[in-house]
Design a protein. Structure first.
Length: 139
């Protein structure tokens, strides 16, 4: 696991991904990558981009960390650094809301699919994204 901050969380090892989501101004959002499990980072010697698409939102791993209205791009192994954040300015608050909702739904389905692919299905826990304040824990 790559922990990118000094966040002290007792169940950190259970999370695939931890994001901090902050609203800035009337229509922008800053997403900070707090931690990511190394299983979900593209290795420098592979072509596996960890691509997952749900509706109109994509999760994948390549190059630098990026967030916008259609994707969250997780860094690849060569581009992980201590501070990873990206701010995106939406055209209006409703667009920000709709994008974050799509991102939440996509992260939830992505995490369920990853569990299924790795044989770790827990049907009692359908919600794989837990929000606590500004933090989103993808388990």
């Amino acid at each position: 696991m790559c922990v990118l901050s000094n966040l002290n969380i007792s169940n950190l090892r259970l999370a695939k991904l931890i994001l901090k989501v902050n609203f800035e101004g009337k229509s922008s959002a800053k997403i900070q990558l707090i931690s990511i499990h190394t299983d979900f980072v593209r290795k420098s010697n592979t072509n596996d981009f960890m691509f997952y698409k749900n509706d109109d939102f994509v999760i994948w791993s390549t190059q630098d960390f990026l967030f916008d209205e259609r994707q969250i791009r997780l860094p690849d192994e060569l581009n992980i650094c201590a501070e990873m954040a990206h701010t995106y300015i939406f055209s209006h608050d409703q667009a920000r809301y709709e994008t974050l909702k799509k991102m939440y739904d996509t992260l939830n389905k992505w995490s369920q699919r990853v569990d299924y692919m790795q044989g770790r299905v827990n049907l009692q826990c359908q919600n794989k994204v837990v929000m606590a304040g500004d933090y989103w824990y993808v388990t």
